[in-house]
Design a binder for this molecule. Structure first.
Ligand code: SDX
Length: 429
């Protein structure tokens, strides 16, 4: 398409009042192109959604140039410092911080729903013990659809909220069971005397035949990880949940779809990939070689935990996680050589012209693996922890979607295949 033609379209559509500019409360305004095709016979082409606002949302705001992340208006750093994951989950779901009574009621609902139906545990036995926990989570969370028929009426607000609570409540139990099943340890039940993160830890690492005192520094660090990963506006997995939900699918199936999307190494799977990369680098003197490989277009190797579609500045979450990682390593007396490699790698990359030009900074996944490893989690559980946290965001977006009325999401395409042709009388040899 020539520039002249593009300019003609721009001037033709500019005076079109059916293509208004929509202003949000913050961030870039958006051209409303909903009637573009009907009025001008044109589609908008934006693979990767680099310039597409797929919906209106009031949950999370990211300013990638400034390195700002807000949940319902509150800066992530303040929430990480002062809040708890459960309070943040409430904030994401309901839009405001809870008062003590609301918090107590929410906590009690989570306690009421954190057990798994005993038959759900039979599903685990169908999986190989060495299956990746994310594979098991996709299956088990999807299978919850078969247990909660009462949420099938998704036009009922109360039932929708109950489904959201069930998912937030059960996800740590499901993730912990993925781990205990893989090592053949009997699963502990949830302990309602503990907060969300501490309870998760006792299910991950406790055994049913003895007491376990959860380390409060480790529990606080896990809680912080959950807060930092709880939502991130229209990322790939959240968009997947919203797309699945737009057809009216039940929430457990939608969240299973979100888990599948999160698993990829370009998304939530990066935290596992970062640790593998740091182990492969092995020592600080090998960093220049790794940097050179990451810059080589003929080499598929990329610096995992670096770069972001939206952040062209520091991911504010990465700073908090780095701080938390140092705190936990110090508290537990662990001297992890991978932290030294990570810090050096960051330092070298941030001074390299390639990374500076492309505005590639450490993202949320860069230091989270080091922290999770210090807590005793195996690498293949890292993305499952991310999924537990992101469930709060997924269900908030699922609830928000059901308050809109735009119907099923149905992207169009720019067809580049064969034009119409007739079936040959004889198929060529
Ligand atoms: C998450 O979106 C979210 O919100 C996600 C998330 C959330 O909370 O939900 O924040 C969580 O998924 C974090 C991202 C985790 N992924 C990784 O750490 C994997 C490594 N990073 C990249 O693969 C990449 O940076 C992405 C996938 C994160 C972003 O991809 P984009 O936006 O498509 O970036 P791009 O391909 O346009 O890159 C621009 C340039 C390219 O070079 P040129 O072709 O212009 O020469 O930067 C290069 C890329 O090759 N580049 C990298 C790089 N990331 C981008 N080069 C080396 N190493 C990298 N990591």
């Amino acid at each position: 398409m020539s520039t002249k033609y593009v300019n003609a379209i721009i001037s033709e559509t500019q005076g079109d009042e059916s293509l208004p500019i929509l202003e949000g409360t913050m961030g870039a305004p958006a051209v409303d192109i909903q009637t573009l095709y009907a009025r001008h016979g044109l589609l908008a082409y934006d693979p990767g959604f680099r310039s597409t606002a797929s919906c209106k949302s009031a949950i999370t705001f990211v300013d990638g140039d400034a390195g700002v992340l807000l949940y319902r208006g509150y800066p992530i750093e303040e929430l990480a410092q002062h809040s708890s994951f459960l309070e943040v989950a409430y904030l994401l779901v309901y839009g405001e911080l809870p008062d003590p009574k609301e918090m107590a009621a929410f906590q009690s609902a989570i306690h009421q729903h954190n057990l798994l139906h005993e038959q759900v545990l039979y599903f685990y036995r169908g999986f190989r013990r060495d299956a990746h926990p994310m594979a098991v989570m996709i299956g088990v969370v999807g299978a919850l659809s078969a247990f909660y028929h009462d949420v099938i009426n998704i036009s009922n607000q109360q039932q929708r909220e109950l489904a959201a609570i069930r998912l937030i409540a059960k996800m740590p139990t499901i993730a912990a069971a993925c781990y205990t099943y893989s090592i053949g340890r009997p699963q502990r039940y949830p302990n309602n005397g503990l907060d969300y993160a501490a309870n998760f830890i006792q299910m991950l690492f406790g055994v049913p035949n003895s007491e376990m005192v959860v380390n409060s520094v480790v529990a606080r660090a896990l809680d912080r990880i959950l807060i930092l990963h709880a939502d991130h506006e229209q990322n790939a997995s959240t968009s997947t949940v919203r797309l699945a939900a737009s057809s009216g699918a039940n929430p457990f199936a939608c969240v299973a779809a979100g888990i599948a999307s999160l698993w990829g190494p370009a998304h939530g799977g990066a935290n596992e990939a970062v640790l593998k990369m740091l182990m492969e680098i092995g020592s600080p003197e090998n960093i220049p070689k790794a940097i050179a490989r990451a810059k080589d277009k003929n080499d598929p190797f990329r610096l995992m935990g670096f770069g972001h579609r939206i952040y062209k500045n520091f991911d504010p979450r990465s700073r908090v996680i780095q701080e938390s990682a140092r705190e936990v390593l110090h508290h537990l007396g662990i001297d992890d050589p991978l932290l030294e490699i990570a810090v050096k790698l960051e330092e070298i990359a941030l001074q390299d012209e390639y990374f500076i030009e492309r505005k590639l900074y450490p993202n949320v996944d860069f230091y989270s693996g080091i922290l999770l490893r210090a807590m005793g989690l195996p690498m293949n559980m890292f993305t499952a922890i991310f999924a537990v946290a992101r469930t709060a965001g997924w269900v908030s977006h699922w609830l928000e979607l059901h308050q809109e009325t735009h119907g099923i999401d149905r992207p169009r395409q720019l067809y580049v295949g064969q034009p119409r042709r007739s079936y040959p009388s004889k198929v060529p040899a």
